[in-house]
Design a protein around this ligand. Structure first.
Ligand SMILES: NC(=O)c1ccc[n+]([C@@H]2O[C@H](COP(=O)([O-])OP(=O)(O)OC[C@H]3O[C@@H](n4cnc5c(N)ncnc54)[C@H](OP(=O)(O)O)[C@@H]3O)[C@@H](O)[C@H]2O)c1
Length: 349
């Protein structure tokens, strides 16, 4: 991978008294991982209500894969392009999550101060695949426990906040039966653990290779999807969480207990639109989005992890310079939990 300097990124002093450029993994067109290149760009400065974070770890997520490659579920290309760009990327730096150190805060920021170690969900504004990232102080932010590495911390964000966002919209308690389809991915590993923490009886669907991982996260039962169809073994569930996109309501309502819920984390436009009508007809709840990202959801996951009740699941870690390789690995669709990208600290921190 080459590193080059963007003509627009001249080295001038910033308000922080440091050179005002940074390295960022930038893409200017949609495509394969080789569209990503590390270049020198202007470093952002925090406006009022914003914080500037020196990024120490970020992840390459399923969302980065989908956004970069435009491999989006059927029917969702146009709606997603409105946000992400039709002909070229509107957000040239990917990365939805970061863990790092706050180095500057804008006016009217009281909740944070330089030196605070935090983890942040940047969401669809992206910008995490760089040495520095800007977040709004009102974003979903949690303080990183000192016992946790930046790598562990960032691995909690994407899957954890998504899983918590979905699960907090329904009632789960002791003995609730939950099936997690796609239990080995970033979201699935988080759903398994959050449902267990709430007292549920959890069944995780994964490949044979990942059954041991899913069981180690607390699943009471695992199903190998390569030789077993979870919809036809006679078992029924109170809650079905689809993190794959192949378990729409039409396929699973017959194995849902009366008054149950289907959480569609992944799914195409048709299954999302038809879900509401089917929910009414079958008397079930269907949730199709995690809701707004909230600090309290991230803090909930971090607190569980700090107490040892939620395990960060890191598949592979790549140095920032090898971020193309991280994208290539995520593109396989086979990652387990998170793929983390690390950035070195600098002398002035
Ligand atoms: N709605 C939202 O706000 C939202 C938020 C986050 C993510 N998502 C979407 O949710 C999905 C999951 O995200 P993620 O971050 O968890 O993805 P991920 O980490 O990339 O998921 C990869 C995992 O999926 C498993 N998998 C693949 N095919 C499977 C199948 N047929 N049955 C069971 N498991 C299978 C793979 O295991 P094997 O190798 O063993 O197959 C792998 O461990 C993605 O489509 C993502 O775009 C939506």
């Amino acid at each position: 991978m080459t590193t080059r300097t963007q003509p627009s990124a001249r080295s001038r002093p910033s308000a922080l008294g440091q050179p005002a450029t940074m390295k960022a993994a930038v893409y200017r067109r949609f495509g394969a991982p080789d569209v990503i290149e590390i270049v020198e760009v202007s470093r952002p400065e925090p406006a009022a209500g914003e914080i500037l974070i020196r990024v120490r770890a970020t992840t390459v997520s399923a969302a980065d894969h989908r956004t970069r490659s435009r491999d989006v579920p059927s029917g969702l290309l146009i709606p997603s392009s409105l946000v992400l760009g039709f002909f070229r990327p509107r957000r040239p730096i990917l990365g939805m999550d970061v863990a790092g150190v706050i180095v500057a805060v804008g006016e009217h920021v009281d909740r944070f101060a330089p030196g605070d170690e935090v983890l942040v969900m940047l969401g669809s504004r992206f910008g995490g695949h760089a040495e520095y990232a800007i977040a709004a102080a009102s974003d979903a932010i949690a303080v990183k426990p000192s016992s946790m590495s930046f790598e562990e911390a960032v691995s909690l964000v994407f899957g954890g906040i998504t899983a918590r966002g979905y699960l907090s919209q329904i009632a789960i308690g002791h003995g609730t039966t939950v099936l997690v389809n796609g239990a080995s991915g970033a979201v699935g590993t988080a759903v398994v653990q959050l449902a267990k923490a709430a007292g549920a009886h959890v069944t995780g669907v994964s490949s044979k290779t990942n059954e041991a991982l899913v069981a180690s996260l607390g699943a009471d039962r695992t199903i190998d999807y390569t030789n077993h169809d979870f919809t036809s073994d006679g078992a029924t569930y109170d809650v079905i969480v689809d993190c794959v996109g192949n378990a729409p309501v039409a396929r699973v309502h017959s194995i849902l207990n009366a008054g149950g819920a289907v959480l569609l984390v992944a799914g195409d436009l048709r299954s999302i639109i038809s879900a509401r009508g089917k929910a009414r007809r079958h008397g079930i709840t269907v949730i199709t989005a995690p809701g707004a990202y909230r600090s309290e959801d991230l803090e909930y996951v971090v607190d569980l992890a700090a107490r040892g009740a939620f395990r960060p699941t890191i598949d592979r870690t790549f140095p920032f310079e090898q971020i193309q390789s991280a994208h290539r690995y995520v593109d396989t669709g086979r990652k387990r939990g998170s793929v983390v990208v690390t950035l070195a600290s600098t002398d002035h921190e």
